[in-house]
Design a protein around this ligand. Structure first.
Ligand code: DGY
Length: 321
């Protein structure tokens, strides 16, 4: 009998076909509806492997019934949706998809930075709404990117890829990280600094750190008060790193100038969220890694990880300690 796996969303057909060669596969067939927790609870009891997304909450309660489960393969680099400790206690291997999405996510981060600084969505709506009556000296003016200072919080793979883009724009690059990255400092001319210093000096504060209990609300009122009133906050990591109420207040009070957000504490963000009422907020629906090629690669890596574990081999991307 083939091992049983459950895939929590419709993924590209060639990858399903590949998995079907080795496994008895069942799928939550919807593209845009996450699998209900109830369905996951039923499935978890009967499967050997789980292929899931960041939209699934894999907590201790769910794992109680995971009596056969050997591997949870998350199709994302972030894995804050999974209780790693609970999985490890049950001997379940958890894997993610690092590397393949680095450049695509850095591209989107820089695109969001530029769109926010130069008010591109606002300018586009302004024109389409028929408000453009003449060229005017200070109309829709934004902040310069070239020669400005960027502060990168979290210099992992994606943070470093963002620094490479910033170097191309002749930006002064500051970073804050758990440990210093001397090679990157040398190659890209980065300056390591305290979080406080980074917040005080940066024109762009970019959050590139994983979401953990330590980074929860790492950026809140106190941090906004340190930032320049012309500063722009960019978050393409996880929403919970920023206190959204404090961010709203900081933007509404002019403590900072704008924010570009690809992620929110609760996703999908509610349409009546106060941040969505502000013209100086550019919002995106968590599309950092959303290029066709990269999403294909992420699905491939997630499938490979699943195959390796269930074939008794060592997967490439284990996140359990
Ligand atoms: C991740 O992989 O963690 C991103 O948030 C989605 O690609």
């Amino acid at each position: 009998m083939k091992p049983k796996i459950f895939i929590t969303r419709k993924i590209p057909i060639p990858i399903i076909n590949q998995l079907e060669k080795s496994f008895d596969v069942s799928i939550w067939e919807h593209e845009d509806i996450p699998v209900p927790q109830k369905v996951l609870e039923e499935k978890i009891a009967e499967i050997d492997g789980l292929f899931c997304l960041l939209t699934e909450t894999i907590n201790k309660e769910l794992l109680i019934n995971a009596t056969k489960l050997k591997v949870i393969s998350n199709m994302a680099v972030g894995y804050n949706n999974i209780d790693i400790e609970a999985a490890s206690k049950k001997g379940i291997i958890v894997t993610n998809t690092p590397g393949v999405l680095t450049e695509t996510t850095a591209d989107l981060t820089f695109a969001l930075l530029m769109a926010t600084a130069r008010r591109i969505p606002e300018a586009s709506s302004y024109m389409r709404e028929g408000k453009w009556e003449t060229w005017s000296p200070m109309q829709l003016t934004g902040q310069d990117i070239f020669n400005s200072t960027i502060g990168i919080i979290g210099l992992g793979r994606i943070g470093e890829a963002l620094a490479r883009r910033a170097k191309g724009f002749n930006m002064n690059i500051l970073y804050h990280n758990r440990n210093r990255k001397l090679q990157a400092e040398k190659e890209l001319g980065l300056q390591y600094t305290t979080l406080e210093d980074l917040l005080k000096k940066s024109d762009f504060v970019c959050i590139m750190t994983p979401y953990t209990p330590e980074t929860h609300y790492m950026i809140q009122k106190e941090q906004f008060l340190l930032m320049k009133d012309t500063a722009i906050l960019i978050n393409t990591a996880r929403g919970g790193i920023v206190n959204e109420n404090d961010l709203y207040q900081a933007l509404a009070d002019g403590e900072i100038w704008a924010a570009g957000l690809d992620v929110f504490e609760m996703e999908p963000v509610s349409l009546d969220h106060p941040l969505l009422t502000l013209p100086n907020v550019v919002t995106l629906p968590h599309i950092g890694s959303a290029s066709i090629a990269t999403r294909m690669k992420m699905a491939e890596v997630a499938a490979d990880n699943l195959l390796l574990v269930l074939n008794g081999d060592i997967p490439k991307n284990v996140v359990n300690k």
